[in-house]
Design a protein around this ligand. Structure first.
Ligand SMILES: Nc1ncnc2c1ncn2[C@@H]1O[C@H](COP(=O)(O)OP(=O)(O)OP(=O)(O)O)[C@@H](O)[C@H]1O
Ligand SMILES: [Mg+2]
Length: 247
C-alpha cells in the first residue's frame, strides 16, 4: 500500500493507494507496446543518456538503460528502489511510478537490455527553470527533505527536482535517483529544512515508516539494493521513527 500525501488539499490526510492500484500503475509502464524511443533532450536538462518512450495509446515515460552508462546495472535498480521506498515511507506523491522492463538496447542493435522506465510528470519545469524553493509547497519540501535523508540522496544540488507548472504553491517532484544511497546527504531540499532547526517529520510519514520497519525491507528491495545500503537505511528509518524529527 502506498500513501500519497495530497499536499494541495490537506497534508494531514494523505491519499491512500491500494496495492491493486499500484500494480495497475506499474502495468501501464510494463505492458504497452512502444511506438517511439528517442533521446531525452527536453527543456531544463536531459543532457544525460535518458530516452523518452512513447507508448501505443499516447502515454510516455523516461527510460534509462543498464548498458548505457557505467554502473548502469546498479543505477536503474536504484531508480526502481526509490519508487518503492517512497511508497513504503508514505512519500509516494513525490516520486513517479518506476518499473524495470526489458527493451531493445539503444547501444547494441538487435540486443535487449534492462531499463528503468519512469512515468513522466506533466507540465513540469526542471531546475534551474522551476520556481525558487521559497515558492514551493513547504509540506512538499519537508517531505522531500525526509525522502532525501532516507535514501541518502547525493545528487540534489540545484538539480533533479521539478515543479508542476501552474500550481500554487508549487508542487515538487523528485527525479533521478541512480546516485542515491550514498555516504551522506547532498541535497538543497534537506539543507533548507535543516536550516530551520529541529523539524518534526509529518505524522503520516512517521506512521508509514513504522509499518515499513515491521516488514523490513520487503522482498524486492532486498534484491534491488546492496546489503550495506539497506542496513544503513534501516538505521536512518529507525531513527526517524524513534525521534519523529529529521536528523
Ligand atoms: N519523471 C520525469 N518527469 C518529467 N521529466 C523528467 C522525469 N525524469 C526526467 N525528466 C527530465 O529529464 C531530465 C533528465 O532526467 P534525469 O536527471 O533523470 O536523467 P539523467 O540521465 O541523469 O540526466 P542529467 O545528466 O541531465 O541529470 C530532467 O532534468 C528532467 O527535465
Ligand atoms: Mg539528472
Amino acid at each position: 500500500m502506498g500513501l500519497f500525501s495530497d499536499s494541495l488539499k490537506n497534508p494531514e490526510h494523505p491519499v491512500v493507494v491500494s496495492d491493486a492500484v499500484v500494480a495497475a500503475l506499474e502495468s501501464a509502464l510494463r505492458e504497452p507496446p512502444i511506438l517511439h524511443a528517442y533521446r531525452n533532450g527536453g527543456r531544463g536538462g536531459g543532457a544525460g543518456p535518458s530516452i523518452v518512450l512513447v507508448f501505443a495509446g499516447g502515454g510516455c515515460a523516461v527510460a534509462k538503460f543498464e548498458d548505457q552508462v557505467a554502473n548502469g546495472t546498479m543505477m536503474i535498480r536504484q531508480e526502481r528502489a526509490a519508487w518503492l521506498v517512497a511508497c513504503r515511507a508514505g512519500l509516494g506523491h513525490l516520486v513517479a511510478v518506476t518499473v524495470l522492463r526489458e527493451l531493445e538496447s539503444q547501444q547494441t542493435p538487435g540486443a535487449h537490455a534492462l531499463a528503468s522506465v519512469q512515468s513522466v510528470w506533466p507540465n513540469c519545469e526542471a531546475v534551474p527553470l522551476s520556481i525558487p524553493l521559497d515558492q514551493v509547497d513547504p509540506h512538499d519540501v519537508l517531505c522531500a527533505a525526509t525522502f532525501d535523508y532516507v535514501v541518502h540522496a547525493t545528487d540534489r544540488r540545484g538539480n533533479n527536482w521539478v515543479t508542476l507548472t501552474g500550481t500554487q504553491p508549487g508542487q515538487l517532484k523528485l527525479i533521478d535517483h541512480g546516485h542515491a544511497w550514498g555516504d551522506g546527504v547532498s541535497s538543497d531540499l534537506y539543507d533548507r529544512v535543516k536550516s530551520q532547526g529541529p523539524v518534526p517529520i509529518p505524522d503520516h510519514v512517521k506512521e508509514s515508516c513504522e509499518q515499513w520497519l515491521g516488514t523490513w525491507p520487503g522482498e524486492e528491495l532486498a534484491e534491488l539494493l546492496e546489503p550495506p545500503k539497506l542496513d544503513a537505511m534501516h538505521i536512518r528509518v529507525t531513527s526517524l521513527v524513534d525521534s519523529g524529527v529529521l536528523p
